[in-house]
Design a protein around this ligand. Structure first.
Ligand code: SF4
Length: 244
């Protein structure tokens, strides 16, 4: 793993998903097999394989303070092409510092992570004016999780994080995307811990080799995805949880 501290030119970028996005890191230690963000290699000049490098934008909080001073608050997505709570965040605390600034200035925030490290920042999340936190959970089966996301914390740890955040009064959502084998059993684990759910097939071809290697091709069909979507939508809707 090659880790570099870098000085970034900008930290608050326009996004097509939410008005703005912040990526405190370039690269991601989680290295999920299906990760769509690996296209970032092309734009950042990295030759190393995805998951083997992280650039740490050590000036992110200073930049953010300057950039929001000239703007009207709009929703910020943290993060689009890295996990803002990948293991390095425990050392660099950049996501936390950015959240502090956004909370102090009443900017709405949507966090998306696969890590229970987000629980560390509950104190700040509670002070945000319109903050919500999503944990990406792609399957209910930890064996499957290890095949596709070996470097990511367990499903149980992520569900516990959602539970603690929800109980702390923070708006929470589960991002069931990409829908992996075993996702159809997630509803019972999530009901009572989330305000809404996002379902997405996200058919990224990078993980096709994992399906082939572990003979899971029957779970890579339209039939499987639509059936899983129907099962989950019905269960969440019945529990009064909206599905997008
Ligand atoms: S956590 Fe997100 S950004 Fe990081 S490797 Fe996984 S899918 Fe990619």
């Amino acid at each position: 793993m090659i880790i570099k501290e870098v000085m970034s030119k900008s930290i608050l970028s326009k996004s097509q998903v939410y008005p703005y996005v912040i990526n405190p890191y370039i690269g991601c230690q989680h290295n999920c097999s299906y990760c769509y963000a690996r296209f970032m290699k092309r734009f950042t000049g990295h030759q190393e394989p995805w998951g083997q490098f992280v650039d740490v934008k050590v000036n992110a909080p200073d930049l953010l303070r300057k950039q929001i001073a000239k703007k009207t608050p709009e929703t910020v997505w943290i993060s689009g092409v890295c996990d803002p709570y990948q293991p390095l965040e425990a050392k660099y605390i950049l996501t936390r510092k950015c959240l502090e600034i956004l909370a102090q200035n009443d900017w709405p925030v949507v966090i998306q992570t696969r890590s229970p490290l987000v629980q560390r920042d509950i104190d700040i999340l509670r002070t945000g004016k319109d903050f919500e936190v999503g944990l990406s959970i792609t399957t209910a089966d930890d064996h499957i999780r290890k095949l596709f996301e070996p470097n990511v914390p367990s499903i149980g740890a992520r569900i516990n994080a959602l539970d603690e955040l929800h109980q702390a009064g923070i708006r929470t959502y589960a991002m069931i995307a990409p829908i992996l084998p075993g996702a159809e059993h997630l509803a019972d684990m999530l009901i009572g811990k989330v305000d809404y759910v996002i379902l997405d097939r996200m058919n990224y071809h990078h993980a096709d080799w994992v399906y082939r290697k572990y003979h899971l091709e029957d779970k890579l069909t339209d039939g499987y995805f639509f059936q899983t979507e129907r099962i989950l939508s019905a269960a969440f809707t019945k529990a009064g949880i909206s599905c997008r």
